[in-house]
Structure formats: structure tokens, C-alpha cells
Design a protein around this ligand. Structure first.
Ligand SMILES: Cc1cc2nc3c(=O)[nH]c(=O)nc-3n(C[C@H](O)[C@H](O)[C@H](O)COP(=O)(O)O)c2cc1C
Length: 324
């Protein structure tokens, strides 16, 4: 029997590496590829709570998932306890393993409305949100936080304790303040302090780019798991604890083709265009030549695209089967 790395409420989680929620990236096709490679939980891109209530037909794709992606966590953002609760109650019907509240988005338009990292400015509201949702939902409630709004207001210990005391089941901590955006270095010492301050599982997040970083952040923070964002876009094999350079071209090809197929299945013909940004990462080591890059990224059909990709990977024609 495998032993779980930690629990998400009552749900055992097998594995301690988790793909981070990323708007524009952690959609069903990419999430499911990462899950197959070893990501232990599928967090969705953030979902605007007000949209769930007012225009669900426009954003339904954000909470679709494949059954075997479970445990799936739906991440929502909003600023009022009532809107978050109503959205969460509706989304709960789609069977997530947990609902996560985004308390980390640094976008000024979102923060100004008191959502995302803006919630860190109102600890009392954080308490109300977590208490209300954990009482009313049947699934666990989790939160993803930053260290605070800015250097002068790093209230992560307080927020973490509030999340735990009001029923939160797990915390993901990105070791930067809102003001830092994605600049500077993530503060792993602060994440270690959160691990000390709470008993619920903590996922350490920020600046994990290599397999060595995984072991370093785990040793440094004592966290239950590691959440990986940009490093996974560059190298989804990081979830199998493999360096990108160690992945042979045949394997890159197989994963790339499967990801493209899922993108086409999920988005229709638009799936090719949406796949380009991932393809540029899968094939980054082979894209130094600008003409080759342009040829790949402007390929008009999936078959053309795959032919270019196979050529770049140096694979024989036989491997260039068109999308299954
Ligand atoms: C393009 C992009 C989109 C993101 N979207 C979200 C989001 O929807 N929800 C969220 O909680 N964090 C979001 N983040 C933050 C990441 O989850 C993560 O906290 C951050 O990138 C730091 O981790 P990393 O150094 O491993 O990338 C986003 C980050 C990036 C780069």
C-alpha cells in the first residue's frame, strides 16, 4: 500500500509535488499532463466567483476536469463572503475534492476590489470567509496566500493561523508579498515559519525550478509538499523529479502529442493556437534558430505543427504520425 504524503481534509494525497494554479496555463489539458507525470493534486486556474453566479456559461471550461485528475481543487476569487459562498456552493455540485480561496493574486485591479492578495489587508474578513465556507460546504476549504501586501505588512503568520482556526484544511504559501509581484526571491524562511505556526498541511511555493530546488525547499521549510508554477511550464517532467535535459526526444514527442490532442479535444480548432505557448517550452532547447521557431509557431494545421516538431526533435518520419 502506498502511504499518502498528506491529507486534503479526509482525502489522502499520494505525492508531494503539486502543479500551481496559473491563469492561462493550468487548464484541463496541461493539468492532466502534469498529473500523469506526477503532480499529486489538480488545482484549476482561478475562477471569478461573481462570474460563476452571473455568467457561468462563459467560464464553464475552467472547472471541467478528467475524473482521474482527482483530487481536483477549484480555486475561486472574490471579495465578499456571501459571493464566495454562493459560488462555492454551486461549484461543489461538480465534485471537487476542495475549494481554494485565492488570497495571492497581485493584479492591482483585483487587489483594489479587495480580492486576491487584497484579502490579506482584511484578516477579519478572511476569518469570516473561511469560517462560513467550511461550515456550509461539504468539501474542505483551503487557501493560497502570499506573505502580505508589502514589506511593511507581512502578516502571513496571522493569516495562516486564522485560516487554520476557522476550519481551513490546507495552506499554499507563495513566499512573496503582493508588492513584489514575481520579482525578487521567494522567502523560504517565512514559509518555514508558517509550517511551524500551523498543524494543517502547508504547500511551499516560489522559485522551485529544478529537482534540486524541490529537495532544498522541503528541507528548508519542512512543508508537506511543494507547489510548482513556472518551473513546471518549462519542465512538466519536474513532477517525476526529472531534469528537462534528461528527457529523451521520443518522450518529449509523446507528451507533446498527447497534450496537443487534449488541447484540440478540449478547445476545438482553437486548441492549436492555445498550445503554441506550451510547445515553445517543450521544444525550447531546439528553438534557437529563429526561422525554425517561426515555422513551428505559425504552422497552420496540427499535422504541419507535428511535422515541424518531429523535425526539431530529430525524430524520423515514421514517428510523425498525425494526431491520433
Ligand atoms: C501566468 C501565471 C498565472 C498565475 N495564475 C494564478 C492563479 O490563477 N491563481 C493563483 O493562486 N496563483 C496564480 N499564479 C501564481 C502561481 O500559482 C505561483 O504562486 C507563482 O507563480 C510562484 O510560484 P513559481 O515560482 O513556482 O512560479 C500565477 C502565476 C503565473 C506565472
Amino acid at each position: 500500500m502506498k502511504t499518502p504524503a498528506f491529507h486534503l481534509g479526509a482525502t489522502p494525497v499520494y505525492g508531494n509535488l503539486v502543479l500551481a494554479p496559473m491563469d492561462g496555463y493550468s487548464d484541463l489539458p496541461f493539468r492532466s499532463v502534469c498529473r500523469e507525470l506526477g503532480s499529486a493534486i489538480s488545482y484549476t486556474e482561478f475562477i471569478h466567483a461573481a462570474d460563476v453566479l452571473q455568467r457561468p456559461e462563459h467560464i464553464r471550461s475552467r472547472w471541467r476536469y478528467l475524473p482521474w485528475e482527482q483530487p481536483v481543487v477549484f480555486q475561486i476569487y472574490g471579495s465578499t463572503p456571501q459571493t464566495l459562498l454562493e459560488a462555492a456552493l454551486r461549484l461543489q455540485a461538480y465534485g471537487p475534492a476542495a475549494i481554494d480561496i485565492n488570497m495571492g493574486c497581485p493584479d492591482r485591479r483585483i487587489v483594489r476590489r479587495g480580492a486576491g492578495a487584497g484579502l490579506l489587508a482584511t484578516p477579519v474578513k478572511v476569518a469570516r470567509i473561511i469560517r462560513l465556507l467550511s461550515r456550509r460546504l461539504e468539501v474542505p476549504v483551503t487557501a493560497k496566500i502570499r506573505l502580505g501586501l508589502h514589506e511593511g505588512c507581512r502578516n502571513y503568520r496571522l493569516i495562516a493561523r486564522i485560516v487554520e482556526e476557522n476550519g481551513g484544511a490546507l495552506l499554499a504559501v507563495h513566499g512573496r508579498t503582493q508588492a513584489q509581484g514575481y520579482r525578487g526571491q521567494a522567502d523560504w524562511d517565512a514559509i518555514a515559519e508558517v509550517v511551524q505556526a500551523v498543524r494543517i498541511p502547508v504547500l511551499a511555493n516560489g522559485d522551485v525550478r529544478t529537482v534540486a530546488d524541490i529537495e532544498r525547499i522541503l528541507a528548508h521549510t519542512g512543508a508537506a509538499g511543494v507547489m510548482i508554477g513556472r518551473g513546471a511550464i518549462r519542465n512538466p517532467w519536474i513532477f517525476a523529479r526529472r531534469a528537462r535535459e534528461a528527457v529523451p526526444p521520443e518522450e518529449v514527442w509523446r507528451v507533446l502529442r498527447r497534450h496537443l490532442q487534449r488541447s484540440l479535444d478540449f478547445y476545438g480548432p482553437r486548441g492549436l493556437v492555445l498550445f503554441r505557448k506550451y510547445a515553445a517550452q517543450y521544444l525550447a532547447p531546439h528553438l534557437e534558430d529563429r526561422a525554425a521557431r517561426r515555422a513551428l509557431l505559425t504552422a497552420p494545421t496540427p499535422a504541419d505543427f507535428l511535422a515541424q516538431a518531429a523535425r526539431l526533435l530529430g525524430l524520423p518520419l515514421a514517428a510523425q504520425n498525425v494526431v491520433e
